[in-house]
Design a protein around this ligand. Sequence first.
Ligand SMILES: N[C@@H](CCC(=O)N[C@@H](CS)C(=O)NCC(=O)O)C(=O)O
Length: 208
Amino acid sequence: MYALYYQPFACSYAVHAALEKTGQPFALHRVNLLAGEQQTEAFLAINPQGQVPVLQFEGETLTQAGAILLRLSELHPEAALMPDPSSPLRNSALKALFYLSSTLHPAFAVLFHPERTSNSARDEVKAMSLERVKVQLRYVDGVFDEHTYCTGEHPFAPDYLLLAILNWCRLFQISLDAFPNIKRFVNAMNELAEVKKASMTESQAMVT
Ligand SMILES: N[C@@H](CCC(=O)N[C@@H](CS)C(=O)NCC(=O)O)C(=O)O
């Protein structure tokens, strides 16, 4: 059985939704990032990076949201988490997954932790990264000129990761009104059964 270490509505939410899509059994282990649990000796033994998501299965421990999503897509091809390797959509799905992991997610990470860039100029760092995030959101909004999801009309793993990241806009008062295509994407994603299920579970975890 899979075990997912997660924090409600962190990037681990993408893996949670993907696990729901596979229909496989999994156990959730909450790591309270706000309480600093990611830095406990017990968790660092699981992931020395002190971050979620972590997925454990069959004695393996896998970290990095993109890697986990790709691995799940390989292990459960029937869940169609990625376009088939022979599909012309495969390139854009890979590009989207790596873009999100290497560009959009890190841009938000600076908003969450400006002190990791400069302890003495937090406000300046935050203001600069907010602008950087908005530039990237304009790019993403443009991608959705052509289609509903990252690669077309079918949701794949990058879409779960993008949704997880976009949920953070609210935390930083970034209105999606300026990004109508993104708004349409979020609404479409929130209708998916696996997203509804993961959201409900994580919302309940927040109030307990
Ligand atoms: N490159 C990693 C980044 C993971 C990451 O930044 N996780 C955040 C939650 S979204 C986290 O655990 N932050 C806690 C911390 O950095 O202290 C990935 O893609 O999985």
